[in-house]
Design a protein around this ligand. Structure first.
Ligand SMILES: [Fe+2]
Ligand SMILES: [Fe+2]
Length: 257
C-alpha cells in the first residue's frame, strides 16, 4: 500500500482507493485468515474422520470376510456331528435349492448355501432336540448368530418357535420338506433323476396325500404364503436347484449304483 501524507495511511479507503474489494482485503484480513484457518482445520479433521471411517469399514468387511463360513468349513462342521449318507444328500439338496433361490433374489449364494447345508446338523444325534440343539452346536463352532437363527427357524411350529423372518429363512422353511417330496418323486421314475423331472409329475404326487405321507404339505404351503410365491413356481425353482447338485444327491441321470 502506498504511504500517504498526514499519517492518513490508516484510512486509505476514503482517500485513495475506495473500492470495496480493497477495503475488505485489508480490514477483514484477520477474520478471513482465521476463517480460512478454521476451515482448513475442519477440512483436515473431516478428512481424517473420513479416512478413519473408511478404515473402520474396510476392517469390518475384512473381518466379515474372514468370518464368513465357507462351504468347506460348513461341511466339516456337518460331518463332525453326522455320518448318515441319506441325511448328507438331503443337506446338499436343500443347499442346492437355497443357492438357486439366492441367485433368483440377488442374494448371497454362498451364505444361503451353507445355511441349507447345516440346517439339520443336530438331527442325527439329537432328533428330540432338533433345531434347539443346533444353537449350542453352531455357537460352539463360532457360527454367526444370523446363520444360527436361520437354521433354527426351519423348524418353526414343528420343533421350535423361532419364526422365519428374513427372506433366506422363509425360503429354507419352504424348501426343506419340498426337497424330500421331490426326491421321493424322482426315485420312482425310470431315470431315477431330477434332470428330466417335470412340474406336472411333482404336482400329481403332491396332491396324492398317501404318497410320501411324511412330507407335510401344509408347511410347504405356509412357506409359499410367507414368500408370496405360487406353489408351482416354488416347485420349479426347487427342482432347478436340485438339478445343480443332482450327482451329489444321487439324482443325476446316471446315479452311482
Ligand atoms: Fe429339520
Ligand atoms: Fe431337513
Amino acid at each position: 500500500m502506498q504511504k500517504l501524507k498526514g499519517g492518513l495511511s490508516r484510512f486509505p479507503i476514503f482517500l485513495h482507493n475506495p473500492s470495496p474489494p480493497y477495503f475488505f482485503d485489508r480490514i477483514l484480513s484477520v477474520p478471513k485468515a482465521l476463517a480460512v484457518a478454521a476451515g482448513a482445520v475442519l477440512l483436515l479433521a473431516g478428512r481424517r474422520r473420513v479416512i478413519y471411517n473408511l478404515n473402520e469399514i474396510t476392517l469390518r468387511e475384512t473381518k466379515k470376510m474372514a468370518q464368513q463360513l465357507t462351504r468347506e468349513r460348513a461341511s466339516e462342521i456337518w460331518h463332525s456331528y453326522n455320518s448318515d449318507e441319506a441325511l448328507w444328500r438331503h443337506a446338499q439338496a436343500v443347499e442346492g435349492a437355497m443357492r438357486r433361490f439366492a441367485a433368483r433374489y440377488g442374494e448371497d449364494v454362498e451364505k444361503w448355501g451353507v445355511v441349507g447345508l447345516l440346517h439339520d446338523v443336530d438331527y442325527e444325534k439329537w432328533p428330540q432336540e432338533h433345531c434347539k440343539k443346533a444353537r449350542e452346536l453352531l455357537a460352539a463352532e463360532g457360527v454367526d448368530e444370523e446363520l444360527i437363527h436361520a437354521v433354527m427357524s426351519h423348524g418353526w411350529g414343528i420343533c421350535c418357535d423361532v419364526e422365519p423372518v428374513s427372506l433366506m429363512e422363509k425360503v429354507l422353511f419352504t424348501v426343506d420338506e419340498l426337497t424330500g417330496l421331490i426326491n421321493a418323486v424322482a426315485i420312482m421314475r425310470p431315470s431315477k433323476s431330477v434332470m428330466d423331472l417335470e412340474l406336472k409329475s411333482v404336482k400329481k404326487k403332491y396332491k396324492d396325500k398317501r404318497f410320501a405321507a411324511g412330507v407335510d404339505r401344509s408347511t410347504i404351503e405356509k412357506g409359499c404364503g410367507l414368500l408370496g410365491l405360487p406353489l408351482d413356481e416354488v416347485i420349479t425353482e426347487t427342482v432347478a436347484g436340485m438339478r445343480e447338485c443332482a450327482d451329489a444327491i444321487g439324482l443325476g441321470m446316471h446315479p452311482a449304483e
